[in-house]
Write a protein that binds this ligand. Structure first.
Ligand SMILES: [Zn+2]
Length: 469
């Protein structure tokens, strides 16, 4: 039976319940660094027994060290693996001030955002500077519904870039929030939303057919005809219509994109930072997991001594509760940090090529696999990964969940299949081949991924084959 949390549970307090401890650690694990900052501040304000000292201490050996990471703990690590350590954001990080400065100086974050700004902020971290120019142009060419005014080919020729680049950026934009933005019309917009739902396993089996074949009937609410043609009940069709109405938005500009929690600039302050080794370019990667505290979090020893001397039983109880709560918080924070460290360490160990290179080098991994290897619960991995971001050596800041992005893995498989093809394979053939890799996707999904990867369709690739023998 795997542990729910990393490490062992050592209790210094007899009265403390493991259940409370567990719940608290899970809560903390789910929060981003920014949210933890607030949580920590509240806790310190409310509890006189909790203290943050200026000391720079190693979370592993607890010794006072001049700077992070701890040299003596580092030497005990596997020399070929990444150096992963937990440290406060304000220390040991290469450029935390830059992020903070960027964040606080960016007035747009305080003004009501435009749809274009909202989308650009999401896609910017994962595209090159050249693609960013394309994205900016595309987002400046949206109509009041959020649809793209120009044809992609026009944009390509105007910007003097390859059509595949424009198509790739459009694909990324369409998959940002609000999903379907920059589509050419209502139908394309709905289809993309449906595709995303399907990928999440949240679709309705009849939804696609309903949109493609019975769109007009649906508009007229002529469920009877549809039911007859689909050989099903009116009730079933009513349910599909409800599903569509509830989950899909025809006009991206009308969805509640500006209320989204994901919009609040979280990409600017990563929770984990990976840099190349500053002393040795080819040396192990340096990975800092940011802890929320700005110093060393501990139970105030003066308060502890004072409490032991209190004689009034009521007062003693009151202060003992403070002490207990402080001890619990410190322990849960350390366990949160430790779980993050273990998870991030395994991810970085497995994905050095992706971290240093390209999306195609992403090795498909699942939360379940990670859970087994680390003897943790899958829910623990999910919480640790949720809403967190990681900054890569090239400056890209991506969601930690990218490492588990199934579509990215499928895209990588599509690329691999096409790279290894002897004659140009059609999207249909690629889709069939994907089954061998364990992925069952539709032809049009292959076409979509192919264009996101900037790969030409088979008839155009055929001219370039055969490649070097
Ligand atoms: Zn140490």
């Amino acid at each position: 039976m795997p542990n729910i949390i990393a490490g062992q549970f050592h209790s210094t307090s007899q009265r403390q319940l493991p259940a409370a401890h567990l719940t608290r650690t899970m809560q903390l694990l789910e929060k981003t660094c920014n949210e933890l900052d607030t949580e920590l501040e509240n806790e310190i304000n409310q509890n006189p027994a909790l203290e943050m000292s200026e000391e720079c201490r190693c979370p592993d050996c607890k010794k006072i060290i001049p700077s992070y990471p701890c040299q003596s703990c580092m030497t005990r690590l596997n020399p070929s693996g990444p150096i992963v350590y937990v440290a406060p954001r304000s220390r040991g990080s290469s450029s935390p001030e830059e992020y903070d400065e960027y964040y606080s100086n960016d007035n747009r974050l305080r003004d009501p955002e435009t749809l274009s700004e909202h989308v650009l902020k999401q896609v910017a971290p994962s595209i090159s500077p050249k693609e960013r120019l394309v994205a900016e142009h595309l987002l400046a060419r949206l109509d009041e519904h959020g649809f793209l005014i120009d044809h992609p080919a026009e944009i390509a020729s105007y910007l003097k870039v390859r059509l595949t680049i424009v198509e790739k950026v459009i694909s990324l934009i369409q998959r940002a929030d609000p999903i379907g933005v920059a589509s050419k019309n209502v139908m394309e917009c709905l289809m993309i939303q449906l595709e995303m739902l399907e990928e999440d396993g949240k679709s309705h089996p009849l939804a696609r057919k309903m949109l493609t074949d019975f769109w007009e009937h649906l508009g007229r609410r002529d469920f009877q005809t549809v039911a007859k043609k689909c050989k099903t009940s009116v009730d079933a069709i009513t349910k599909v219509a409800q599903f569509i109405k509830r989950n899909l938005t025809p006009y991206p500009s009308q969805s509640h994109w500006n209320n989204s929690a994901s919009a609040t600039g979280r990409y600017y302050r990563p929770d984990v930072e990976v840099i190349k080794n500053p002393y040795d370019e080819d040396g192990p990667l340096m990975v800092q997991v940011f802890s929320a505290s700005k110093g060393w979090l501990k139970v105030n020893s003066t308060v502890r001594t004072m409490v032991s001397k209190i004689e009034d039983p009521e007062k003693k109880d009151e202060w003992s509760a403070y002490l207990e709560r402080a001890a619990l918080f410190v322990k849960c924070m350390r366990q949160r940090d430790n779980a993050m460290k273990r998870i991030v360490k395994l991810i970085v160990e497995r994905q050095p090529k992706f971290i240093l290179g390209n999306d195609k080098d992403l090795i498909p991994m699942t939360r379940a696999q990670l859970a087994i290897e680390l003897s943790l619960h899958e829910s623990t991995i999910s919480r640790a990964v949720a809403n967190k971001t990681i900054s890569l050596p090239n400056g890209r800041i991506i969601p930690l969940s990218t490492f588990f992005d199934r579509s990215l893995a499928i895209r990588a498989a599509v690329r691999k299949i096409i790279e290894e093809e002897k004659t140009a394979m059609t999207d249909e053939q690629v889709a069939n081949k994907l089954v061998d890799h364990g992925y069952k996707v539709a032809r049009r999904t292959v076409a979509k991924y192919r264009s996101m990867l900037g790969i030409l369709p088979a008839n155009l690739r055929a001219r370039q084959l055969p490649r070097a023998v």
